[in-house]
Design a protein around this ligand. Structure first.
Ligand SMILES: Nc1ncnc2c1ncn2[C@@H]1O[C@H](COP(=O)(O)OP(=O)(O)OP(=O)(O)O)[C@@H](O)[C@H]1O
Length: 322
C-alpha cells in the first residue's frame, strides 16, 4: 500500500534542471508514495505549503530544494511526529550536511524509501522554529550579501566572496549573553552564532568540538576580531576546527553549550535564522529536544564544554540561584 506524502518542490533552487530533477524524484518515489506535488513560488513558500500539508494530516513531508526550502518545510513539522524527507537541490546544502543526510537526489530518495526515522533536536528562536542556526552580526550580513545571481554564478565560492566583502567593514558590537546559569558581557564582538546543527562550512558556528544535534543543547560561538587580518586568521582557524571536529583554541573565539540563551546587542544587529533574515536583536533561543522527526543516520557525540576567556573585556557573572 502506498503512503500519502506531500512533495514540496522549489523549481528555482540550485543550478540543476528542475524538470529533470522532479521527474527523477517522481520515478524513484512513486512506487512507495502517493505524491501530492506542491511547487513553491515567490508568493507561496515552502513554509506555507508544509503547514497546509501538516493540517491535511499527510504521513510524510518531502522537501526538495535549497537550504531555504528544506529549513522552511522542516520548521513546519517541528513538534509534530510527521517525518521530513529532505532532498538537497541547492547551492550550499548546509541542511543535509549538518544532519548527515545524503547529498544526491538518488541517495536522498533511497533514504526516504528505506531509511529509519530518527528524532533530532530543533529550537525556537523568537517564536519561530529553527533547525540549523541563528546568526547575529557577521553571518547575517554574509547571507544578505549572497545574491541568487552570485550563487548561480559562483556556487560555494559566493559565500566566501560575501564573507571577504564583510571583512573590510567589520563593526564590533556590545553583547550580553544570558544562559540559565550565567550572564556573559563583552564590549566588542563581531558575531554570535547559536547552532542546533551546522555543517563545517558554517564556520562562525564552529567554536565547540562538534555540533551535536541530538544532545538537547544549543552551541553558542562568539567571535571577536579587531582588524581584518585577525578576521582572516580567525575564519581560517574555525574552518580548520570545523573540519577536524576539534574545539577552537584561538583567543577571541569563545563558546559554550546551553539549553536556552538570550542575546542582546548594542547597537541592534541583524539576525539570520536558517538562512533567512528575520529581524534584529534581541533574540531568545530555546532548544526543543527531539522536536524534529527525520530520516538520518546516527553520528558520534562529543563531550560538552565551553571556553570564554580571551574575548576582549569579557565579564562572566554567575547567577546566584543556580
Ligand atoms: N517559483 C519560484 N520563483 C522564484 N523564487 C522562488 C520560487 N520558489 C521559491 N522561491 C524562493 O526561493 C528561496 C529559497 O531558495 P532555496 O534556499 O530553496 O534555494 P537556493 O537559494 O538555490 O539554495 P541554497 O540556500 O542552498 O543556496 C525563497 O526565498 C523562495 O521565496
Amino acid at each position: 500500500m502506498t503512503r500519502k506524502a506531500c512533495l514540496i518542490f522549489n523549481p528555482v533552487a540550485g543550478q540543476s534542471d528542475p524538470n529533470q530533477d522532479l521527474e527523477t524524484i517522481k520515478v524513484l518515489l512513486s512506487p512507495e508514495f502517493d505524491l501530492d506535488i506542491q511547487i513553491t513560488s515567490q508568493e507561496v513558500d515552502a513554509d506555507e505549503l508544509a503547514q497546509k500539508a501538516v493540517e491535511r494530516g499527510v504521513e510524510v513531508i518531502i522537501a526538495a530544494g535549497g537550504d531555504g526550502t528544506l529549513s522552511a518545510a522542516a520548521a513546519a513539522t517541528v513538534g509534530t511526529d510527521i517525518p521530513l524527507g529532505a532532498i538537497s537541490r541547492g547551492t550550499a546544502n548546509a541542511f543535509a550536511a549538518a544532519l548527515n543526510l545524503p547529498s544526491t537526489i538518488e541517495a536522498a530518495c533511497r533514504a526516504i524509501l528505506t531509511g529509519k526515522t530518527k528524532k533530532v533536536d530543533a529550537a525556537i528562536c523568537n517564536g519561530k522554529a529553527m533547525v540549523l542556526l541563528a546568526g547575529v552580526g557577521f553571518e547575517a550580513e554574509t547571507v544578505e550579501n549572497t545574491s541568487r545571481q552570485l550563487k548561480n554564478r559562483w556556487g560555494m565560492l559566493a559565500y566566501v566572496m560575501a564573507g571577504v566583502q564583510q571583512l573590510s567593514q567589520l563593526e564590533a558590537f556590545e553583547v550580553e549573553i544570558e544562559t540559565d546559569d550565567k550572564i556573559i558581557r563583552s564590549p566588542a564582538v563581531n558575531a554570535v552564532t547559536v547552532a542546533n546543527a551546522a555543517p563545517p562550512t558554517s564556520i562562525l558556528a564552529q567554536g565547540p568540538a562538534g555540533i551535536i544535534y541530538d544532545d538537547g543543547l544549543l552551541d553558542v560561538t562568539i567571535v571577536a576580531v579587531e582588524k581584518w587580518t585577525d578576521a582572516i586568521a580567525t575564519s581560517y582557524h574555525l574552518l580548520q576546527t570545523g573540519r577536524s571536529g576539534d574545539a577552537a583554541s584561538l583567543d577571541k573565539i569563545g563558546y559554550l553549550r546551553t539549553k536556552r540563551v538570550k542575546i542582546t546587542t548594542q547597537p541592534p544587529q541583524k539576525v539570520v535564522l536558517d538562512g533567512e533574515i528575520i529581524g534584529t536583536t534581541p533574540i531568545e533561543v530555546e532548544c526543543v529536544p527531539d522536536g524534529l522527526t527525520i530520516c538520518i543516520p546516527e553520528t558520534l557525540a562529543e563531550e560538552p564544554s565551553e571556553k570564554l576567556e580571551g574575548l576582549p573585556g569579557v565579564e562572566v557573572e554567575m547567577k546566584s540561584d543556580t
